[in-house]
Design a binder for this molecule. Structure first.
Ligand code: PGA
Length: 241
């Protein structure tokens, strides 16, 4: 059994006040946690989050990185910069970045290579849109994303986030999550990642809340959750963990 992983994605939310409140509550809850926990705040807050969580088993992560190490890329942040700010993880290929910035599978793959080279564990997001789901194309879409965005020798985490479930309050049903996660696992085997056992954690994301996390985390092939909105409320995030 892989240890469960709970990741909080603050997106473009939060403040120093939230960092103080969240990290204080996480530090006091930490001794009772049985899962791994990671907080991914906006880049400007990363240093403070990492500093406040130093010495605990709770990690900090970025929400994106550039594929290059440095250079003329105004507004971008490299994986090494995230690492220096205290991150051990980075979310890559979130659907909001794929849709707002046209991030492609091959860009995500290059970012994952850069992240690993800088010592970060990538959390690669995949998932179908509502339109693709209605057309029955989930497997085709997810299979292509896996083949396109996961580099060879990948040592990180996959997050299955159906786009229609993100921020909508409409989480996927447990049986659908189990079905897709089993499919993802066979795809990971096909690209040579599973080595006959389970090595890669596959998270579910999309409207995970304190009241549905238990059911989702108990679902077969679910190794954790990627939490957006509910990760901004300390009590809710801790309840999920
Ligand atoms: P949500 O976001 O929990 O607010 O639906 C999840 C995500 O986008 O990672």
């Amino acid at each position: 059994m892989l240890r469960k992983l709970v990741v909080g994605n603050w997106k473009m939310n939060g403040s120093l006040d939230l960092v103080r409140a969240m990290t204080a509550e996480l530090q006091s809850a930490a001794p009772d946690l049985t899962c791994d926990l990671v907080v991914c705040p906006p880049a400007t807050l990363l240093f403070e989050v990492a500093r406040a969580l130093a010495g605990s088993r709770i990690g900090a992560g970025g929400q994106d990185c550039h594929e290059a190490g440095n250079g003329a890329h105004t507004g971008d942040i490299s994986a090494a910069m995230l690492r220096e700010a205290g991150a051990s993880w980075v979310i890559l290929g979130h659907s909001e970045r794929r849709s707002a910035y046209g991030e492609t599978d091959s860009m995500v793959r290059r970012k994952a290579v850069a992240a690993a080279a800088a010592g970060l564990k990538p959390i690669i997001c995949i998932g179908e849109t509502e339109q693709e789901r209605d057309a029955g194309r989930e497997a085709e879409v997810i299979g292509a994303q896996i083949r396109g965005s996961i580099p060879e020798g990948f040592d990180g985490v996959i997050a299955y986030e159906p786009v229609w479930a993100i921020g909508t309050g409409r989480s996927a049903q447990a049986q659908d999550i189990a079905h897709i996660h089993a499919f993802i696992r066979t795809q990971l085997e096909q690209i040579g990642l599973e080595h006959g056992g389970r090595n890669t954690r596959v998270l579910y994301g999309g409207s995970v809340k304190a009241d549905n996390a238990g059911l989702i985390l108990a679902t077969q092939n679910v190794d954790g959750v990627l939490v957006g909105g509910a990760s901004l409320i300390p009590g809710d995030f801790i309840a999920i963990a």
